[in-house]
Design a protein around this ligand. Structure first.
Ligand SMILES: [Zn+2]
Ligand SMILES: [Zn+2]
Length: 329
């Protein structure tokens, strides 16, 4: 989210008008970047690390500087923070140690030239300094980020009012924000689950993160991503991200999720509802706790012709979600 852009205009409609393309030539067709080939983090060796992957500071429109923001997250028990200011990387040397990893990143929002709103792209693991021409066609920008070794998560598609067709104008992103806390708290447009499912149904295999998109210190720790990796080295964590070895949460903990002997199973912290979501019209299974009680597991025997993908959602008694990444059946 670009708060300055938003505040400089008078409302959401005006914001979208402000970010419409201004005579940008139509972009080149999407390049054939490799798709995410997800692993199941619950079947991977390693540790769980709590991470913040969409973070702003005074380098762009955040309210505190980089050392203060990182200290805020470390004090809350986060092991990984990616600082992703609008169009700018930061010098994060000296912030990582054996118990903490700081990742250089950037949020870029390239114009599209197609009538679609600007894409907001969280770019992780960029060198510093790293410059991007703001007038690059979106696909060229994506290609440059990938060529520099970066990984791209598609940010808050509901807030930017994108259709799945507009998202599909670019290729190369490997994840989407299923939850962006600031877009939910301020505008009620933080959930990206419908966009995510539409992408999966189109055969675009994506993992999904939950993020704070923090701009103000009071907005911290409302959405996070749990990474399963063999260690806290940057290459280990980025490898985990590139394989979808993580789950997203704004509250619940997921302890296990797997398919075994034709049965999909999940175990979690106490929940009022657990859902399995998969491809197809009317596709989904919901397990509800009895009134005043909670459940911590669900099991469902797959049909003889199983769905192409299946993922799970856990909702706690406060209405907070956690989301597994999809498994191929
Ligand atoms: Zn954004
Ligand atoms: Zn943002």
């Amino acid at each position: 989210m670009d708060r300055r852009l938003f505040l400089a205009t008078t409302g959401v409609i005006a914001t979208h008008a402000a970010i419409r393309p201004l005579g940008i030539a139509a972009q080149s067709p999407p390049q054939d970047h490799p798709q995410l080939t997800p692993v199941n983090p619950f079947e991977q060796e390693g540790q769980w690390y709590k991470g913040a992957f969409h973070v702003h500071t005074t380098t762009s429109d955040g309210d505190v500087d980089v050392p203060t923001r990182i200290a805020e997250y470390r004090n809350l028990g986060y092991a990984i923070v990616a600082v992703t200011d609008h169009w700018k990387t930061n010098d994060l040397s000296g912030f990582s140690d054996e118990r903490f990893l700081a990742i250089s990143g950037m949020e870029a929002h390239p114009r599209t030239g197609t009538g679609a709103p600007a894409h907001h792209l969280v770019c992780l693991d960029l060198p510093h300094p790293f410059e991007l021409d703001r007038n690059l066609p979106a696909q060229e920008l994506v290609d440059r980020v990938i060529a520099a070794g970066g990984k791209i998560i598609y940010a808050h598609p509901y807030w930017t009012a994108h259709t799945i067709e507009e998202m599909s104008e670019i290729s190369g992103f490997i994840g989407v924000e299923v939850f962006n806390a600031v877009c939910q708290v301020r505008w009620g447009k933080g959930f990206g689950n419908v966009h995510w499912d539409q992408a999966l149904n189109k055969g675009m295999m994506l993992a999904a993160m939950a993020t704070d998109d923090v701009h103000s210190s009071k907005e911290i720790n409302n959405g996070w991503t749990m990474i399963k990796a063999p260690g806290l080295g940057k290459s280990e964590v980025m490898e985990a991200i590139s394989k979808g070895s993580y789950y997203a949460s704004c509250g619940p903990t997921i302890d296990d999720f797997r398919i075994k002997d034709g049965v999909v199973s999940i175990q979690s912290s106490p929940a009022s509802q657990i859902r399995f979501q998969f491809n197809g019209a009317g596709a989904g299974r919901v397990f509800n706790a009895e009134e005043g009680k909670t459940i911590q597991a669900a099991h469902w025997k797959l049909a003889a012709s199983p769905p192409k993908w299946i993922r799970a959602e856990v909702i706690d008694i406060r209405g907070r979600y956690a989301w597994t990444n999809p498994l191929r059946t």
